[in-house]
Design a protein around this ligand. Structure first.
Ligand code: CP
Ligand code: NVA
Length: 310
C-alpha cells in the first residue's frame, strides 16, 4: 500500500515512518531503472523547486537541479547571500513569499532550527539539503546504495569512523529506522549529539538495530559490513581544521584499519573527501570503495523524494 507523502517536509529521517523510508527507497529503484532504460517520466511538469544555499555544494546542488529537470520540472538556485534574507528579511516572511511562487523548497544552511522555522512558515514541502545537525538526503541515498549492493539493510553493521557530525547523526537515524546497526567511533570530545543519540536509540528499539558509540577504531571495525567516514572539519568549522587534524589522526580510514574489517567490507564517504586526512587515496580508490555510486544515487533518491512530496 502506497503511503501518501504529498506535501511532506523532509527535515530529518527521524520524522519519517519506516513505511515512508521504504517507499522512498522503492520509488528510487523504479526511477533509476526508468533512467537506465531511457523511459521518460515527467510527473513534475510545470513544477518548481527553489534551492537556497548558504554553504557550498557540488553533489546536492547538481543532483537536485538535474532531478527536477529529468522529472519535467524546473529548479532555481538561490544563493542566500543574494536574497533579502542576508539584509534581515525574516525566515518566516521569506517562507511565506516563496510559497506563493514555488512548489517545493530545498535549503542548505547552518542552524537546523532555521530549516524547521522555514518549514513551519511554508505552505510547500521543505527539504533539508544539510544543516550542522543533519544530512537526511545523503543518508537516505546511502541506505539505497547499501541495499543495492548488499541486497538487504536489516542486520548489517555500519561503522562510522570520525566526527560525531551531521553525517553521523543522519546515519544513526537511518540505521535505526531500518534495523541496520550503526556504530559511531569518534574521539571522546567529538561524540554525536546526546538528543539525536537518544531519539535514534528509541527508533532502534522498534527496528532491532543497535546504535553504539565507541572510541577505539580497531575494535570498532572488526565485524563491519561498511566503514563510513566524513571530513574531520565540516563546513563552518574551517578555523578548527589544524586542531582537529591532530585529534582525529588515529581515526584515519587507511589500509591498516580496513584490514581489520571483513574482507568484503564496503567503504563509504559522502564526499567531498579530504584525501590523506580522514581517508587515504588507497582506500578511497580501492575496489571496495563505493563512494561514486553513493554520489550517483543522490540523483535517483532525490528524484523519488521530489516525485513523492510535490
Ligand atoms: N555529499 C554532499 O552533500 O556533497 P555536496 O556538499 O557537494 O553537496
Ligand atoms: N559533514 C560535512 C558533510 C558534507 C557533505 C559538512 O557538513 O561539511
Amino acid at each position: 500500500m502506497a503511503v501518501q507523502m504529498k506535501g511532506k517536509d523532509i527535515l530529518s529521517i527521524h520524522d519519517l515512518s519506516r513505511e515512508e523510508v521504504r517507499q522512498i527507497l522503492d520509488t528510487a529503484r523504479v526511477l533509476k531503472i526508468k533512467k537506465l532504460t531511457g523511459e521518460v517520466f515527467q510527473p513534475l511538469k510545470g513544477k518548481t523547486l527553489g534551492m537556497i544555499f548558504q554553504k557550498a555544494s557540488t553533489r546536492t546542488r547538481i543532483s537536485f537541479e538535474v532531478a527536477m529537470w529529468q522529472l519535467g520540472g524546473y529548479a532555481l538556485y538561490l544563493n542566500a547571500a543574494d536574497l533579502q534574507l542576508r539584509r534581515g528579511e525574516t525566515i518566516a516572511d521569506t517562507a511565506r513569499v516563496l510559497s506563493r511562487y514555488l512548489d517545493a523548497l530545498m535549503i542548505r544552511t547552518y542552524a537546523h532550527q532555521d530549516v524547521v522555522e522555514l518549514a513551519a512558515y511554508s505552505d510547500i514541502p521543505v527539504i533539508n539539503g544539510l544543516t550542522d545537525l543533519l544530512h537526511p538526503c545523503q543518508a537516505l541515498s546511502d541506505l539505497f546504495t547499501i541495499e543495492e549492493k548488499k541486497g538487504t539493510l536489516a542486520g548489517l553493521k555500519l561503522v562510522y569512523v570520525g566526527d560525531g557530525n551531521n553525517m553521523a547523526h543522519s546515519l544513526m537515524y537511518a540505521g535505526a529506522k531500518v534495523g541496520m546497526h550503526v556504530t559511531v567511533c569518534c574521539p571522546p570530545n567529538y561524540m554525536p549529539d546526546a538528543e539525536v543519540t537518544r531519539l535514534a536509540r528509541e527508533d532502534a528499539a522498534a527496528s532491532g538495530a543497535v546504535i553504539d558509540i565507541v572510541h577505539d577504531p580497531v575494535s570498532a571495525v572488526k565485524d563491519a559490513d561498511i566503514i563510513y567516514t566524513d571530513v574531520w572539519a565540516s563546513m563552518g568549522q574551517e578555523e578548527e581544521h589544524a586542531k582537529r587534524v591532530k585529534i582525529f589522526a588515529p581515526y584515519q580510514v587507511n589500509r591498516d584499519l580496513v584490514e581489520k574489517a571483513k574482507p568484503d567490507v564496503m567503504i563509504m564517504h559522502c564526499l567531498p573527501a579530504h584525501r590523506g586526512e580522514e581517508i587515504t587515496d588507497e582506500v578511497l580508490d580501492d575496489r571496495r570503495s563505493i563512494v561514486f555510486d553513493q554520489a550517483e544515487n543522490r540523483l535517483h533518491v532525490q528524484k523519488a523524494i521530489l516525485a513523492l512530496i510535490i
